[in-house]
Design a protein around this ligand. Structure first.
Ligand SMILES: Cc1ncc(COP(=O)(O)O)c(C=O)c1O
Length: 482
């Protein structure tokens, strides 16, 4: 074992943990078996006792091992709850009426004292908060005049250069003048939708889909057509093709990489087929990529925009999930719709706030972002595994949990008869927030589903919250039966 794997930058204890994990996957150690003692493995691998301890603690965090006092580390049962099944398509587009429900639920969920499973917001403890804030202060001191001026409509040139360079990782070739910075991905998606739709139009969406997209459609008086979506591979392209053929779809809006709430990731061949299909039907795609950089695999998937040859893919993203949600820095690369989006941006908010653009640009230019992202992705992967395992331990039979390969949300299907809106109200009384399933549908589906945010530091309080949620679900189901 080398001190640090140069290819991946993995610290030594990660390598030890990965080796042990391989032995467990391969059956050398099975559920209930005791793994070698810390001292013994330290001798076998010729690494320090503290490295083995760190590795075992990491595997404990991932839910792979459990420590038994006075006895050692044991392999946990890896039986994970089954995954939710592929959903179904709606036959008709729906006029939306979700905003009030979303606002009411979110207003209550944002209270600081709650265990924050509700909003898909990373805990500030995972983000480089103090470094970013320091850079913000340095930047506004360095260039006070720029920091307090209106920026050009498409955004700060230095930030757009950094965004264009990062887009290469997604297989997308962009120049800075093809990018418009926005107040978060929400504004980017909203502007792109406005650019390609008119009131009364229909837009095809994944089902379930992120409620912010549904709210954007509602505000534009655009209808949503829910298309079947697989929790692993994303939107059903056959159903989408049928809808494009029959329904007069004005645009498609998708989150192909680690979608919210399913966490699905569309395989590359399907991305190519999607791009080809939309070109054939001449229908624009708004691709929301806010989780694209949070893959659990070494490389992120290519964006669908990487396969766009007509300029009809409008790529949107932000730094909300990777750096700072409160900085409100997002962006759009609207392809051939650039001018229209630029005009709309001007009429909506003139330009994006300058100081936070300066800070994010300087942070990215300073280097180290990829290294930090690698750590963040490992953290999210471990926490999500741990959360899924805890749900498996504490929720009733019949519960299903998604297995995302990126992002930081889990989609949980409760046994039929459970009601996540009532669960939301009961959970709040116990100091826990959740996002109930119906928020993610234009037609009130997913009553017995909920989305949980996994980017929460693990603690006894968090584990207790999972136990409490499991108990509340049991109580609901019991009350129905009696
Ligand atoms: C899929 C998706 N798109 C957009 C957003 C909004 O991102 P931003 O905070 O950058 O506006 C979110 C936030 O949860 C999201 O999950």
């Amino acid at each position: 074992l080398s001190n640090e794997n140069l290819a991946t930058g993995e610290p030594l204890y990660h390598q030890v943990a990965d080796r042990i994990a391989r032995l467990i996957v391969g059956g050398t150690y099975r559920a209930g078996h005791r793994v070698p003692s810390v001292r013994r493995l330290s001798g076998q691998y010729r690494v320090s006792v503290s490295t083995v301890l760190e590795a075992y603690r990491l595997l404990e965090d991932r839910g792979v091992l459990e420590a038994r006092p006075q006895s050692g580390y044991y392999v946990r049962s890896q039986e994970r709850p089954p995954e939710p099944l592929k959903t179904t398509s709606c036959s008709e587009a729906t006029e939306l009426d979700v905003s009030t429900m979303v606002l009411n639920v979110l207003r209550e969920s944002n209270r600081k004292e709650l265990v924050p499973f509700g909003a898909a917001v990373p805990s500030p403890s995972f983000l480089p908060t103090s470094r970013l804030n320091r850079i913000l202060a340095q930047e506004v001191r360095r260039d006070p005049n720029t920091s307090q001026s209106y920026d050009a409509v498409p955004g700060l040139p230095s930030l757009r250069i950094q965004i264009a360079r990062r887009a290469l990782e997604a297989g997308v070739t962009l120049t800075p003048d093809e990018i418009i910075t926005t107040s978060g991905a929400q504004e980017a998606v909203q502007l792109c939708l406005r650019a390609v739709t008119r009131p009364g139009d229909t837009v095809a969406v994944e089902s379930p889909t992120y409620f912010g997209l549904l709210e954007a459609l509602e505000s534009l008086h655009v209808k949503a057509l829910e298309i079947a979506t697989d929790p692993r591979t994303g939107i059903c392209l056959d159903d989408l093709e049928e809808a494009l053929d029959k329904e007069g779809i004005a645009a498609v809006v998708l989150v192909p990489s680690f979608g919210n709430p399913l966490g699905h990731c569309m395989p590359v061949d399907r991305r190519k087929r999607l791009a080809e299909m939309l070109r054939r039907f001449q229908v624009p795609l708004i691709e929301d990529d806010v989780y694209g950089e949070l893959a659990f695999t070494p490389r992120r998937p290519p964006a669908v925009k990487a396969f766009d040859t007509s300029g009809d893919v409008l790529l949107c993203s932000s730094f909300s999930k990777t750096l700072a949600p409160g900085y409100r820095i997002g962006w759009a690369a609207p392809g051939r719709h650039f001018r229209r989006v630029e005009l709309l941006k001007y009429s909506a908010s003139v330009s994006t706030a300058t100081p936070t653009q300066m800070a994010v640009a300087a942070f990215l230019a300073g280097g180290g972002f990829d290294r930090y992202l690698r750590r963040l992705r490992r953290t999210y992967r471990d926490l999500m595994q741990r959360l899924a395992a805890a749900i498996g331990d504490h929720f009733p039979e019949g519960t299903r949990v998604s297995r995302p390969e990126g992002g930081h949300v889990l989609w949980v299907e409760l046994p039929s008869g459970a009601d996540s809106l009532k669960l939301h109200a009961a959970a709040l009384r116990h100091g826990i927030s959740i996002a109930p399933g119906p928020l993610f549908s234009a037609t009130g589906r997913y009553r017995n589903f909920m989305r949980l945010n996994g980017a929460v530091p693990w603690s006894e309080r968090v584990e207790d919250a999972v136990v409490t949620l499991g108990r509340l679900v049991r109580e609901q189901l019991g009350a129905r039966e009696s």
